[in-house]
Design a protein around this ligand. Structure first.
Ligand SMILES: [Zn+2]
Ligand SMILES: [Zn+2]
Length: 188
């Protein structure tokens, strides 16, 4: 009796278990990790690794790209997290080619479905232009500003070519020109 083979009790699983365990090691791990035998869904994982902010944004806490967008593997491919969330929340249909998942909150790491909308490149640009006009203020509070004051100061005083500076700091050449000409970050 002692070498009787035990089989995992979870659904279609037929993996052997250790004599006294009801489940195989994988199912046991799932039970202890999230209290269920089925696999945690992508959305569940994403939300678990995100944080609700006081302003209502749900910020992804994992890996982010240079622009601040969350990135994570999905079905073996690196994907932008907010796009995957949008897709999965809306029935899992792929995002139509050429369309962007935009943020009403301008917070690239936000995955709050209520802050995401589908738009064209033009919508996104128009949205940016509108917001730009609304928030004419300069400095770090400016919505489009990804630069810190220290970085802006370095750009302003740097002898390097504008396009090199743009690449170095991950901003557009226009942003660099504007800083150098004193159109933005006027107080530096
Ligand atoms: Zn099992
Ligand atoms: Zn948000």
């Amino acid at each position: 009796m002692s070498n009787e083979l035990k089989i995992c009790c979870a659904g279609m699983c037929s993996k052997p278990t250790k004599t006294r365990d009801k489940y195989c090691s994988m199912h046991r791990a799932r039970l202890s990790r999230h209290g269920r035998l089925d696999k945690e869904t992508y959305i569940e994982t994403i939300f678990k690794k995100s944080k609700l902010m006081p302003n209502g944004c749900i910020e992804w806490q994992g890996y982010k790209n240079k622009l601040g967008y969350g990135r994570r593997r999905f079905n073996g491919e690196k994907q932008l997290v907010h796009r995957m969330v949008y897709m999965l929340i809306h029935g899992g249909n792929p995002i139509p080619f050429g369309l962007l998942v935009c943020h009403t909150c301008d917070n690239p790491s936000c995955i709050n479905p209520a802050h995401l909308f589908l738009g064209t490149q033009a919508d996104n640009r128009q949205d940016c232009i509108n917001k730009n006009r609304q928030r004419a203020a300069s400095g770090e509070k400016h919505w489009a500003s990804k630069l810190t004051e220290v970085q802006a100061r370095r750009i302003k005083s740097s002898p390097l070519l504008s396009d090199i500076l743009a690449k170095t700091y991950g901003v557009t050449v226009e942003t660099v020109y504007n800083i150098k000409k004193g159109r933005t970050w006027k107080h530096l």
